[in-house]
Design a protein around this ligand. Sequence first.
Ligand SMILES: Cc1cc2nc3c(=O)[nH]c(=O)nc-3n(C[C@H](O)[C@H](O)[C@H](O)COP(=O)(O)O)c2cc1C
Length: 143
Amino acid sequence: MSMKVQVICYSRSGGTKKVADRIAREVGAEVQRPDDVSSLDGDLVFLGSGLYAGSAHDSVKALLERNDLSGKTIAPFSTHAAIPYEFDDVRSAVEKAGGKYLDGFLCYGQFLFIINRGRPNESDLEDAARFARRTLESVKVRG
Ligand SMILES: Cc1cc2nc3c(=O)[nH]c(=O)nc-3n(C[C@H](O)[C@H](O)[C@H](O)COP(=O)(O)O)c2cc1C
C-alpha cells in the first residue's frame, strides 16, 4: 500500500506558505489550510505555521486536537522572526493525540517589511526541499 502524504499550512503573511509550496512540490501534494481539513488522511503530514507569539497558529493546534493521530507521522515546519522555537507546542499536541512526531524545519521569515527582508529566500527553500526528501525517506525506511 502506498503512503499518503499531506501538506497543511497556516500562513498569515505568506512566508510559511512559500516553504509549504516547496515541500508540496517535492513530495507531489497540494497545500491545504488547516480549517479546510476535516479529517487527516495522510500517513505522513507536513504541518506548517508561522510563529505567532511563541506558538503555532490556533487552527494548527485545533487540527491536531480534533484528530486521532495513531499510525500517523507529523513533521512540522515554521518561519519565525527571531525567537528560538523548537515546536514544543506542536510536539505535545501530536503526542497527546497518539501521533509520531518527527523533528521539524525552521527558517527565518520576513516580519514588518524590514526584519529578515526577503526571507525565506531561495537557499531557505532548498533547505526545505532537502528536509522534505529526508523526512519522506526516513518514514519510508522505518515504515
Ligand atoms: C502576530 C504576530 C506574532 C508574532 N510573534 C512572533 C514570535 O513570537 N516570535 C518570532 O520569532 N516571530 C514572531 N512573529 C514573526 C513571524 O513569525 C514571521 O514574520 C513569520 O515568517 C510569519 O509567517 P507567515 O508569513 O507565514 O505568516 C510574529 C508575527 C506576527 C504577525
